[in-house]
Structures are given as structure tokens and as C-alpha cells.
Write a protein that binds this ligand. Structure first.
Ligand code: NAD
Length: 443
């Protein structure tokens, strides 16, 4: 599936029309290829908080070249600003002082990361200044253009050493379609952090991916395999041959069942224990839409969506936990949707199910033990069979109304999940990150 409008803008007539009519002109986004360096260029480091002194060596450990001053003619592929030292609103001007002079020195698809302290964990003026960072990063994300992204990473005091996997993700092309996000790091920070192989962070890990026969689920399976995991792909019996084809290519195992069946959680838990002894990563990707306005919504249409998207992931997770089938430092990852955050016409039950996924993350994040984390992704407009079914005009509008002016690819969701899944992301829990190119409308 390709973006035909984006291909058109690259033709000579397309270029002319884009210029004359001021049409959207989406930049071709950088995407990660296995074995490539995380950042092809230099990252400028600024700010004077708790991380500033160690950031250059942290980046060096990730194979990322950094600078702390701006040489004549320099160009940057990324900017990292440590704002953890801000303790009153008077400090906010440092953002203007650091960023304004370098905004025109950024390459295409540049990465900006601001690091702050979680406002809820600081008091007084610091809380105000730290909260203000959110408005700054979201606005910069909307205006930066050229396929560049901007994120805010809030670190719990004491978790300063737990940012590596998050910086690796947000500074690299792996986060191509993620922008304007606020991530919190820290709840699990006291657990020893694993040192991981950057190329194969999931070596030796077992991952379950539901709905793995096509679309986003297929890419999740492929990316987790690329990162070293053994994948157990689950899908409905009707998708058995597609599922086997994907699993065959990545040396994975197939299990065909309907995740809403009464005995599905027990069957999955039993299978995982028998075959692998336990599972490290559980990705609840399978999902359906059955759109209708509420006035015309039949109960079975309502119930089927809630069952697949919300009830099944919850029942499967509870059963795996009860049976002790999720290994220590396990990762549970939900797939929500921008519709669950901003709402959507004709999707009351879908949005309820996807907002419920966020509630599920919130409720379990506090309960989980043994270093097990839970997070979710909330995809926006991702080019798959699901979005191909949307009528042309609605689809075009949906695909363009974001800071990247294009739809995302399944791999963009998969890379975000791989970041959560990394053993180095122990301190990343309870987060919901949108993979939406920073939607201009809605939430
Ligand atoms: P898709 O329809 O292409 O794939 C969904 C997969 O889930 C299919 O392989 C399907 O057979 C499987 N599945 C459905 N019901 C199942 C069941 N009862 N038991 C087992 N497997 C089942 O969809 P997609 O676009 O790849 O979406 C994947 C996930 O991402 C879904 O949860 C979806 O809600 C979410 N999402 C997608 C988008 C988008 O733009 N495509 C946006 C937001 C959220």
C-alpha cells in the first residue's frame, strides 16, 4: 500500500501544482534500516540540568556523535535540551536562547528531545516551569516541518540513568511518525537496568503478537524478530495461511484461534508454557472496527468490538499473569488508537474500547511486579487494509491533517512497540504514545 498523493507530488506536474496551489508537500521520512547507525549526523546537546554533564557520554554509548557548541556552518540531525534544572518560569527563556539560533541549522527529519522533570514530582515554581515544557514541545512539533519530530521526556528524579533506550528511539529514524509526545520515565527506575546489544536487544526473548497475519501486526512480528525475539503469532483460523507464511519467513510459531473465545486465554497460556516455558513480550494488536452512528448501533456490533479490542486483551493478560506465564521484566503492550483519545464519528464503541485500553494500562501499571511493564501505542492514520477501506475523500483528509502531511506505515507502530519491548526500557511504564505524525486536530 502506497501514498499515491505523495508519489504525485514528486512528479513534475505535481511539483508545479504543489507550489502554485500551496498544496501539502509531504517530506519523505527517514526510516531505520537494520545495521545502520541510529543517527546519521550530529546531535547538539544543551541545557544545564541533572543530565547535561552525562548526556554526551550517554549518546556516545549509543554510537551517536554529539556537540555542545555550534561551530560556523554546522548542521544538526538532532537537538537534546536538558531542562531538568528549570525551577521557575523565568528559566523558560532558555528555550528561546538555545533553540532559536539553531532552528535553521537542522537537517530534514531532524529529532528534537527536551528532557524535564515530571511536574507531579516537583513543587512550586518548578512544577509550573516543567509543565510549561509540554506546550513548548507540542507547538514546536507542529511548526518544525521537514519531517522533523519533537518530544518531551519527563524523568523521575533518580531515573536520570534510565534514558538510554528512550533517547535511542526518539533520536533515530525509528520514531519517524511519532511527534509531540510526552513520555514519563521512572516508576521502575530502581530496578537494575539491562545493558543491551543495540542490534539485537530482544535476543533470547519470546514475544506473542495477536493479529500477526497482516497489517500492523505483521510488521510488529517482523520488527521484534529483527531485534532478536522468537515470535508466536496468533490470528483467527481464517487467516491461518497468511499467518503461517509470515511466521515461516521469520522462524516464528503460529497459533490460530479467536481471541474472544471463552477458552482462548487458557489455550494461549498453556501453549506458551508448553512451548517456551514463558513469554517476555505480549503485544495485543488484534483489533476490529464496526463503524455505525450510535443511533443505528445494534448490540452485537457494539459487543464484538469491545470483545476483540478490550475484553480479550484484558482476559489474556490476567490469565498469563495468574499462571505465572509472563517472565520477570516482561513487557505488556496494548494497541489503542487516536480515536480512543480524540473520539471519532461512527466509532463510539471502537473509541470506548480503545480508551479502555488506556485505562487498562493505567490500572495495571501500578499493580505489576517483577519489573514487568505495561504501555500502549495509539496509532493515528496508518496505511493498512483497515484504512484502505475508508472512502477516498475522508481518507485523504485523514492522511494529511498531521504535522507530517502523510499517513504512517505499520513499521512506525512496530518500532514504537520494539522500544517499549527492549530490556533497557524497564523504567518506561504506564505510557501511551501516539504514532500519529502529530495530528493537527482533535486531542
Ligand atoms: P487489520 O484489520 O489489517 O489487522 C487486524 C488483525 O487482527 C487481522 O489479522 C485479524 O484477522 C486479526 N483479528 C481480528 N479479530 C481477531 C480475533 N478475534 N482473534 C484473533 N485475531 C483477530 O488491522 P490493522 O490496521 O493492522 O490494525 C491493527 C491494530 O491497530 C488494531 O488494534 C487497530 O484497531 C489498531 N489501529 C489501526 C489504525 C490504522 O490506521 N490502521 C489506527 C489506529 C489503531
Amino acid at each position: 500500500m502506497t501514498d499515491r498523493y505523495q508519489s504525485f507530488t514528486k512528479s513534475s506536474i505535481g511539483k508545479l501544482l504543489v507550489k502554485q496551489l500551496g498544496l501539502p508537500n509531504p517530506v519523505e521520512l527517514d526510516r531505520y534500516t537494520a545495521g545502520a547507525p541510529l543517527v546519521k549526523g550530529t546531535v547538539l546537546v544543551g541545557g544545564a540540568g541533572k543530565l547535561a554533564a552525562t548526556l554526551p557520554s550517554t549518546l556516545e554509548g549509543l554510537g551517536i556523535e554529539s556537540a555542545t557548541s555550534v561551530e560556523e556552518g554546522a548542521k544538526f540531525k538532532g537537538l537534546v535540551f536538558d531542562a531538568t534544572g528549570f525551577d521557575s518560569e523565568a528559566d523558560l527563556v532558555q528555550l528561546q536562547q538555545f533553540f532559536t539560533p539553531v532552528m535553521r541549522k537542522l537537517e530534514n527529519c531532524a529529532r528534537v528531545v527536551v528532557i524535564g522533570l515530571n511536574p507531579r514530582e516537583v513543587k512550586g515554581g518548578a512544577r509550573i516551569a516543567q509543565r510549561a515544557l509540554e506546550g513548548f514541545t507540542r507547538s514546536l512539533g507542529k511548526e518544525i516541518g521537514k519531517g522533523s519530530t519533537v518530544q518531551l521526556v519527563y524523568v523521575t528524579p533518580g531515573a536520570e540513568g534510565a534514558v538510554d533506550s528512550t533517547l535511542a528511539f526518539f533520536l533515530s529514524p525509528k520514531s519517524a511518525y511519532v511527534s509531540g509526545q510526552v513520555v514519563r520515565i521512572g516508576t521502575n527506575a530502581k530496578k537494575a537496568l539491562a545493558k543491551v546489544d543495540i542490534e539485537q536487544p530482544l535476543a533470547g526473548k519470546v514475544a506473542i503478537v495477536t493479529g500477526a497475519s497482516r497489517g500492523i501486526g505483521e510488521q510488529i512480528a517482523r520488527v521484534l524478530h529483527r531485534d532478536g525475539a522468537t515470535v508466536l503469532g496468533i490470528d483467527v483460523p481464517q487467516a491461518a495461511s497468511d499467518l503461517q507464511a509470515v511466521m515461516g519467513e521469520i522462524g516464528g510459531t503460529s497459533l490460530t484461534l479467536d481471541i474472544t473465545h471463552a477458552d482462548a486465554p487458557q489455550r494461549i497460556a498453556h501453549f506458551v508454557k508448553e512451548q517456551f516455558g514463558g513469554v517476555d513480550i505480549v503485544v495485543h494488536n488484534a483489533g476490529i472496527t464496526r463503524d455505525k452512528k450510535l443511533a443505528n448501533m445494534a448490540e452485537d456490533r457494539w459487543q464484538s468490538v469491545i470483545s476483540v479490542n478490550l475484553t480479550a486483551p484484558e482476559r489474556i493478560t490476567r490469565e498469563l499473569l495468574t499462571q505465572g506465564a509472563i517472565n520477570k521484566n516482561g513487557r505488556i503492550i496494548g494497541v489503542s488508537s487516536i480515536a480512543g483519545i480524540a473520539g471519532n464519528v461512527g466509532q463510539t464503541q471502537y473509541a470506548a474500547s480503545k480508551a479502555g485500553v488506556i485505562g487498562f494500562v493505567d490500572s495495571l501499571a501500578d499493580e505489576l511486579k517483577d519489573g514487568i511493564t505495561i504501555n500502549a501505542v495509539a496509532p493515528g492514520f496508518i496505511i493498512t487494509a483497515m484504512t484502505a477501506a475508508i472512502p477516498f475523500a475522508t481518507r485523504e483528509v485523514g492522511a494529511r491533517l498531521n504535522a507530517m502531511q502523510q499517513g504512517g506505515l505499520p513499521v512506525d507502530v512496530a518500532e514504537t512497540i520494539a522500544w517499549y519491548a527492549s530490556p533497557a526500557s524497564t523504567a518506561v511504564t504506564g505510557n501511551v504514545v501516539r504514532v500519529c505524525g502529530l495530528m493537527m486536530l482533535g486531542a
